[in-house]
Design a protein around this ligand. Structure first.
Ligand code: SF4
Length: 301
């Protein structure tokens, strides 16, 4: 199905219908301060917001601000608190280093510009714009995650696949004052109504505005099967895809592929999680297999 790109007027009317459907759309990462949202967003790379929200209460109870986290040891103090999320070792290092830099260069405060934010470990353009939009109301772009990408394609906001090009299309279609809520609203819609595989078109109140509404909607905005395997971001994702090929239970394949999943992040998440050279070096080192233990030779009696 080919979707006709929407005009700015059509896009705004669609957005208003989406806002009416999700008036409570907001960032779903729990936080009390910009610093906590920055840490939570760094930790959310390749992990669900729900998983991050399980980890952050204990983390922020012990380390509520940059001053306390900067003094923490990533391995002994932070890792045990966030070990339930993916790539927790790297993320523990990133947030402690990030806290140190905030103390050294920014007086312990979260900087308010994209340029300064993306200098921090684990922070890419997407993470920076989440913080700028939610905490300061000054996003310098539209956050494009997998939901924003898919829904934008279905609603005709873009005909592109590349997140940075989609961001440009959205930035042209919508006035800046909508950028922050636009992405939260699209994410809400993607999580609750416009599922990747089973969009609820029959009950979707935006369907009158949606050129993709109907039986073929699920074919739009999903990555092709080969790409889904290549960019699968969790062990479960990889397991699901591989399970189809091998007819083995997804859980078993996922377990087997756990290493593949942790070493094949999506390009966008990878930029955020490993955006600095030191992190990349640490990742490479972490991937090296441990030397095999050699058994002592048996002695004859
Ligand atoms: S009508 Fe269907 S495809 Fe369109 S936004 Fe609603 S759920 Fe998604």
């Amino acid at each position: 199905m080919r979707i006709r790109p929407r005009t700015a007027e059509e896009a705004l009317a669609t957005y208003q219908a989406l806002r009416a459907l999700h008036p409570d759309a907001h960032c779903e990462l729990d936080h009390a301060t910009p610093f906590q949202l920055l840490c939570a967003t760094v930790m959310s790379a390749q992990t669900t917001d729900v998983a991050v929200n399980r980890a952050t209460p204990a983390l922020f109870a012990k380390f509520p601000d940059a001053a306390t986290l900067a003094l923490a040891d990533p391995e002994t103090d932070v890792e045990p608190l966030i070990s339930m999320i993916g790539m927790f070792r790297q993320k523990a290092k990133n947030i402690v280093r990030l806290a140190k830099i905030l103390i050294e260069k920014h007086g312990g405060e979260v900087p308010k510009t994209l340029a300064a934010l993306v200098e921090l470990p684990g922070v890419g353009r997407k993470t920076a714009n989440v913080v700028l939009g939610v905490c300061f109301g000054t996003p310098e772009g539209v956050v494009v995650d997998t939901h924003v990408q898919r829904i934008s394609q279905r609603l005709g906001f873009t005909t592109q696949d590349d997140p940075s090009t989609i961001e440009q299309d959205l930035s042209k279609l919508f006035p800046r004052e909508h950028w922050d809520l636009l992405s939260h609203t699209l994410i809400f819609h993607g999580r609750r109504v416009c599922d990747a595989q089973r969009p609820k078109c029959e009950t979707c109140t935006v369907s009158a505005h949606c050129p993709a509404a109907g039986a073929e909607a699920s074919a739009i905005g999903r990555k092709p099967p080969s790409s889904r395997t290549k960019h699968a971001t969790t062990a479960r994702d990889v397991g699901k895809t591989d399970a189809k090929k091998t007819s083995r239970p997804a859980s078993k394949v996922a377990k087997k592929n756990a290493f593949v999943a942790t070493s094949a992040p999506s390009p966008a998440s990878r930029r955020d999680a490993f955006s600095d050279p030191e992190s990349r070096r640490a990742e490479t080192t972490a991937r090296k297999p441990a030397p095999l233990a050699t058994k002592p030779p048996k002695r004859s009696p």
